[in-house]
Design a protein around this ligand. Sequence first.
Ligand code: ACO
Ligand code: ZN
Length: 223
Amino acid sequence: KETKDQLIIDAGQKYFGPTMCKSCGMIYTASNPEDEMQHIQYHHRFMEGIKYTGWKRERVVAEFWDGKILLVLPRDPSYAIRKVTDVQELVDYELGFQQLIPRCPEKTKTFLFVSDDKKVVGCLIAEPIKQAFRVLSEPMGPESSGSKECPRAWQCSNVPEPAVCGISRIWVFKLKRRKRIARRLVDTLRNCFMFGCFLSTNEIAFSDPTPDGKLFATKYCNT
Ligand code: ACO
Ligand code: ZN
């Protein structure tokens, strides 16, 4: 029996270093049972979380050749709210964010990018705001912020500027990045956040941006 197991393992894994799962995107060491176990658990939870089975009623706000964007509002059916909650949990886990406590839950708008293969590969959560603080130049280096535990310590202006819409989360599935999904989500948000007007980039603000979020926002707002 032992020889048989060994054969299977040897045949299946030619490479023993870190590998990336082509479905869930997790990087793990296939030769490490603990890592492999962690991957199996994550894989299942992630794939279930992003699975989109199709809803009886869906609010399609944009359509593309590779997918569509759905808008979910707080009073939508529970199956839609549940999906948003599941996706948000995955996003918060990935970003290491604490559970989001929306300031005005009844005014939150969630945009989901659903790919052609029926997966939620992008998510944008927006809420109305009144003011924002501009991020100034470069983040403070470790020497000025004093600790490594503060990777998001961008220096912010203390002069509030009027804003309309805050992006509390923006996320694109790791294996679908750099395909303009985030850009299309923000374009759609600008178009749909307030009825009858297209928000300017000055009217939207990214809350607590990550390094990825900052690179994207800088590029998006300049173009
Ligand atoms: N590095 C450099 N430039 C970038 C990056 C990056 N990581 N991401 C986006 N850009 C710039 C590029 O110029 C890009 O255009 P190009 O590909 O033609 O060069 C442009 O922004 C548009 O990028 P998109 O393809 O629309 O962005 P994408 O769909 O890849 O999503 C996002 C960007 C959401 C930041 C993604 O990287 C992500 O999910 N990261 C992890 C989660 C995260 O950090 N989210 C932001 C949290 S902050 C907040 O939620 C308020
Ligand atoms: Zn996987």
